[in-house]
Unconditional design. Structure first.
Length: 205
């Protein structure tokens, strides 16, 4: 009964959320689109013609924003373990970005060109066990950073969702080793009660 009441309260808050309403009105697949837009408006990350990889892209709201802002000359490649409905201007690859077959498909889509920007709004399925969930979150962050080290061009940037908690300071340290500057962002569309934080690394070494 307690779980059911909690679920109903979450749904009530979700449906009354102004960002949920705005996403529906403007045709974005989720409220997360506004997180990326706010960060990009502030930091001017996305430029026309960029080559961008979106890790953990499904359902595709970040990919929508990336395609809009990178324009027709840009290349947006979205990867996820889960299927994603097609989007204009987005090349979607289904699979684990650590697997050779997926990396080969990515390299083919890039046509041998380096990546300008890697973004990741990935989050694991949460179990409710704080220590276990934090460990899963940190693991995804580490995978995204490893991917960026391998595929980003020198001077490129990475924007990643992280969660404050165990392992967060160590991950920040790893990012500072990989990028010339690292900063944190908490956009308005990120719920206050969430421990999520967006980390922006610029100037890949």
């Amino acid at each position: 009964m307690k779980r059911e009441a909690k679920s109903k309260e979450w749904m009530r808050q979700h449906l009354s959320d102004p960002f949920v309403k705005a996403a529906k009105a403007q045709g974005y697949r989720s409220r997360a689109a506004f997180k990326l837009m706010e960060i990009d408006d502030h930091d001017k990350l996305i430029r026309p013609g960029m080559r961008i990889v979106d890790l953990g892209a499904t359902p595709g709201s970040w990919a929508q924003v990336l395609a809009e802002r990178a324009g027709s000359r840009g290349t947006v490649i979205a990867l996820d373990l889960l299927p994603m409905d097609s989007l204009a201007g987005v090349n979607f690859i289904l699979g684990d970005f650590r697997e050779d077959s997926v990396l080969r498909a990515l390299e083919a889509a890039l046509g041998g060109a380096p990546v300008d920007l890697v973004v990741s709004d990935m989050a694991p399925n949460l179990s409710g066990v704080a220590a276990s969930d934090q460990a899963r979150c940190q693991h995804l962050c580490e995978l995204a950073l490893e991917f960026s080290r391998e595929h980003l061009k020198t001077g490129g940037a990475m924007l990643i969702k992280a969660f404050q908690g165990s392992g967060y300071p160590e991950f920040m340290s790893d990012m500072r080793k990989a990028f010339g500057s690292v900063s944190s962002r908490k956009p308005d569309a990120s719920r206050d009660r969430s421990a999520e934080m967006y980390l922006l690394g610029r100037g890949k070494r």
